[in-house]
Write a new protein. Structure first.
Length: 172
């Protein structure tokens, strides 16, 4: 029986590194699939905060999209994607985040600076449930998870949603 993209996403959500690795060894093209919200397998793996899981998926992804580039702090890729289409700076992912949200959440300070310099909306309300906040006034950078504590609800395929703002932890 052929493996499906849903099976990959289920294994990512379960932090099943062996299952993910096995699926991708048999069917590497699955790494470029998107879930029912339009979120890539790589970004879902990143949400799990497991480096080995991310490495297993990323090894089969030839190019990052704008959300992935922001989440991983890939400045060259992010710059190239924004040069190709400047409107990507304020695009929304299927699960409710902009590139700025993802860069801030994952502590990619240089990516945040690049996105802000390219015109990213400075304090957009998030549609999803993972908080990433930064302090542009120079009081420091923080990756926060205010909605659910701990890992927040980006991990797995959680359905809960709540609003948040970039900058909230800085007392905005």
């Amino acid at each position: 029986m052929a493996s499906t993209a849903d099976e990959l996403f289920d294994r990512i959500a379960a932090d099943d590194i062996d299952g993910v690795t096995g699926l991708l060894e048999e069917q590497p093209w699955l790494a470029t699939e998107r879930d029912d919200e339009g979120v890539s397998a790589l970004l879902r793996a990143r949400y799990q905060m497991d480096r080995a899981l991310v490495a297993a998926v990323r090894a089969h992804v030839p190019e990052l999209d704008v959300f992935e580039a922001a989440a991983f702090g890939d400045l060259d890729g992010l710059s190239e994607l924004l040069a190709e289409d400047p409107d990507r700076v304020d695009a929304w992912s299927g699960d409710g985040f902009t590139p700025l949200h993802l860069a801030a959440f994952f502590g990619q300070t240089d990516a945040v600076r690049l996105l802000v310099a390219r015109g990213a909306p400075f304090d957009p309300a998030g549609r999803g449930c993972v908080g990433g906040w930064f302090d542009p006034a120079g009081r420091g950078w923080a990756a926060g998870r205010e909605c659910a504590g701990g890992r927040g609800c980006a991990g797995g395929r959680a359905r809960r949603r709540c609003g948040w703002r970039v900058g909230r932890c800085a007392g905005w």
